[in-house]
Design a protein around this ligand. Structure first.
Ligand code: PEP
Ligand code: MG
Length: 754
């Protein structure tokens, strides 16, 4: 016969009983005992136990009702051991009708748990991290009802907070219980943006504020929740407003996001959680962990994307609850941002002046979050496994992007050593700054033009400091990525005019919108595609929806107002595409002239070479262009069929390899033959060793992130180009997969500064 269902529906009155059980002083161990007793009685469970994690990782029985009391502080399970270990691993509930028959069950005679078959365990979650496990057991085999699971999870969440607050255990008893990681740790990752930083951790996915879990006034909390949901929905509706016509089908994806925000089940779950006695914030956390556990395991990429949407909605809702209108949080003065992954727009929402560093659990060095980090000169280490679990908000943190490492709660000697290295870096920077006005001539007298890549206002503000001779790539989509809303013609023209004003006589090459792929806009998200990098992006989107591209060209023509215009198109894959894009420019110039507006004093229209197809059609393409620029980030991803945003493949192939170098050499030769100016504007142009190889191949125009200019100039000044050319030539014929070592040896032999 199944045991009776829970005597009391909903955890609310149980939470009250727990609070009563705890009131009135007494030894803390007794309090914990009273808590498990109260839960057991109210849930009609024969056993209720609490396990907490020791700093060593072991799970220890801290209190029990129903098991042998002699097992308290005696029963310990190794990390991952037993059903308790399984719950910690899952981060979610385990509901079993016959526990002893589960493969993970670990028999402990001292507990006397033999007779109990039904088992329900849930993690004690705090800020998304499990600090222990709460278990109820009954003799008779049965699966606990969904409501029981739900109730026990809410109780566990509150208990986790009480344990952490020291309400249930004394300081002494808590001494080596791992409420939060406290020991210094050093985690390995991958360098995404060079540099060193020391500061305090700020979690991008902010945990719910401690101490605001339980509410005394559910009605008031329900009101707050309803108001915040209303604000959130209004904000999302406003984002969508008026954009239907512009990107057609891609509007649907945002519609899905909107539907989620309005989804009745999401709203209902939140209200239920508040009704059970939680604050609105705690309810959001509660429903979030449920979703994570539910669809987080899903393999379907579409479902996994929805997890991302839901996470984002939850974050926005928390921000609305905190009363700051859904905007990103303000930062302490020396913030190190910690996130699972970031979209490029996410990073830009934070105050640059206070952001010292960035640590990511996922990501890849060619993803746009990494590019934005480099553009902003924010040291960034990514792909740090388990990062979010190991760091607490406010922890001191070192980002050592030079070594691709992070130090959490570093020891004083580590802080000292890193601070010293930061000093050395500052000196090197000062040295580069001194080179600012030195023209970049190689030792054998070849002038190399060093340009910078830009896209944000901060970039062109620093143009004069870098000594760059112009902007070789202005990524216009960044303005779209930082906006809450689609930038209108006037806003676009105003930004372009500012760039041109800041550049003065220096040339600026604007690239038309390069959206799609990994550059998705919150308000104009691209349609879901199986292969976004090979999908509807860049100039393809621009030609299919000419309204967006034409408005942009119109804004550019208005901004130059009689000055020269240099514009290029991203991801051109065929000569027809270039021809059609170029025709749009002519059409807009004619349009302006019909209205008596000044056209550009000089017009240069170029193509980015990013699709390998063009390499075998340069004879047709180059005569149609005024210049070309090689986007090696994309060219390499398509050449090697390796997604630049996927860490498993993005660093698998080397640009310093015969196929890549030969492809670049072919392009350069064709440009020489047709007299077409060519530059390289991918990230490699900003790395001294790769830039050395580009010089050796004959390139003399390089456009790079601003931080690359000093080191690359130093390399140029120390390089004999002819000797480099002679040294590289045989390497192009090498049978090796990579010739990085050989290129490096060559540079060292020629005493090139790297
Ligand atoms: C490139 O692909 O190399 C490039 C410069 O463009 P983006 O990185 O913006 O795609
Ligand atoms: Mg590109």
């Amino acid at each position: 016969m199944p045991p009776p269902a829970l005597a009391i529906r909903g955890p609310r009155s149980l939470l009250r009983q727990i609070r009563e059980a705890m009131a009135g002083g007494g030894p803390t161990q007794a309090k914990l005992g009273a808590v498990v007793r109260t839960i057991a009685v109210s849930m009609v469970a024969e056993v209720c136990s609490i396990y907490l994690r020791r700093a060593t990782g072991e799970m220890e029985l801290f209190a029990t009702e129903g098991l042998d009391p002699g097992a308290i502080h005696v029963t310990q399970l190794k990390p991952g051991e037993g059903l308790v270990g399984e719950i910690m691993r899952l981060g979610g509930p385990l509901n079993l009708s016959d526990a002893p028959n589960h493969p993970a069950f670990s028999y402990r005679p001292e507990t006397g748990e033999d007779p109990f078959h039904a088992f329900l365990g849930v993690p004690l979650l705090r800020g998304g991290r499990a600090i222990g496990v709460l278990v109820v057991q009954n003799r008779t085999s049965r699966i606990y009802a969904e409501d029981d699971v739900e109730d026990l999870q809410i109780i566990a969440m509150v208990l986790a907070e009480m344990v952490a607050a020291g309400d249930l255990l004394s300081r002494e008893e808590l001494k080596d219980v791992e409420i939060a990681p406290r020991r210094p740790e050093r985690l390995k990752g991958a360098k995404f943006a060079d540099g060193l930083a020391f500061g305090v951790a700020v979690l991008h996915e902010a945990p719910v504020a401690v101490g605001r879990l339980l509410s005394d006034d559910s009605a008031a909390e329900e009101g707050r929740l309803a108001a915040a949901i209303g604000d959130l929905q209004a904000q999302i509706d406003a984002m969508l407003d008026g954009h239907e016509g512009i990107l057609g089908a891609s509007y649907d994806v945002l519609e899905t996001y909107k539907m989620l925000a309005h989804s009745r089940s999401w709203n209902h779950s939140l209200q239920e959680a508040v009704h059970s006695g939680l604050t609105a914030e705690a309810a959001v956390e509660r429903v979030r962990s449920e979703h994570r556990a539910g669809i987080g395991q899903a393999r379907d990429p579409y479902l996994r994307e929805r997890v991302h949407d839901l996470e984002d909605l939850n974050d926005r809702l928390l921000r609305h609850l905190s009363g700051d209108g859904g905007k990103a949080r303000s930062l302490p003065d020396n913030a190190i941002l910690i996130a699972r992954n970031l979209g490029p727009a996410d990073l830009l929402e934070y105050d640059r002046a206070k952001l010292r560093g960035l640590l990511l659990e996922e990501g890849s060095s060619a993803s746009h979050a990494a590019i934005v980090a480099r553009a902003l000169d924010i040291p960034c280490v990514g792909r740090i496994a388990g990062l979010r679990d190991r760091v607490n908000e406010g922890d001191p943190v070192i980002v050592d992007a030079e070594m691709g490492e992070a130090y959490l709660r570093p020891r004083p000697d580590v802080v000292k050593a890193v601070t010293a290295r930061m000093g050395v870096r500052a000196e090197r920077r000062a040295e580069f700054a001194r080179l600012r006005d030195t023209p970049a001539f190689t030792r054998d007298g070849v002038k190399i033009t060093l340009l910078m890549n830009a896209g944000l206002a901060v970039d062109f503000d620093i143009l004069p400091e870098t000594g760059a001779e112009g902007i070789g790539l202005f990524r216009t989509e960044f303005q779209f990525m930082v906006s809450e809303d689609l930038p209108r013609l006037n806003a676009q023209a105003a930004l372009y005019a500012r760039v041109l004003d800041a550049a003065g006589d220096l040339p600026v090459t604007f690239r038309t919108l390069d959206l799609g792929g990994d550059k998705v806009l919150p308000y104009l998200e691209a349609e879901r595609e199986d292969n976004p990098a090979l999908g509807w992006r860049a100039v393809r989107m621009g030609l299919d929806r000419p309204a967006l591209l034409r408005i942009q060209l119109r804004a550019l023509i208005a901004a130059v107002a009689g000055r020269p215009l240099r514009v290029m198109f991203p991801l051109v894959a065929s000569v027809e595409e270039f021809r059609a894009a170029r025709a749009l420019v002519d059409r807009e110039i004619a349009w302006a002239s019909r209205r008596g507006r000044p056209g550009p004093s000089r017009l240069d229209v170029g193509a980015m070479i990013e699709a390998p197809s063009l390499i075998w059609h340069l004879d047709a393409l180059l005569p149609m262009t005024d210049f070309v620029s090689i986007g090696t980030n994309d060219l390499m991803q398509y050449l090697f069929a390796a997604d630049r945003g996927n860490p498993r493949v993005s660093d698998r192939y080397d640009v310093l390899s015969p196929p890549a170098l030969r492809a670049l050499s072919t392009i350069k030769e064709a440009c020489i033959a047709t007299g077409t100016p060519v530059s390289v504007c991918g990230e490699i142009a900003g790395r001294p060793l790769e830039a050395f190889a580009l010089l050796a191949l004959g390139f003399d125009r390089l456009s790079m992130p601003p931080v690359g200019i000093g080191p690359v100039k130093q390399m140029v000044l120390s390089c004999d180009r002819e000797a480099a050319r002679r040294g590289l030539e045989p390497l192009l014929k090498s049978a090796a997969g990579s010739v990085r070592g050989e290129v490096e040896a060559l540079a060292r032999k020629l005493a090139v500064a790297l």
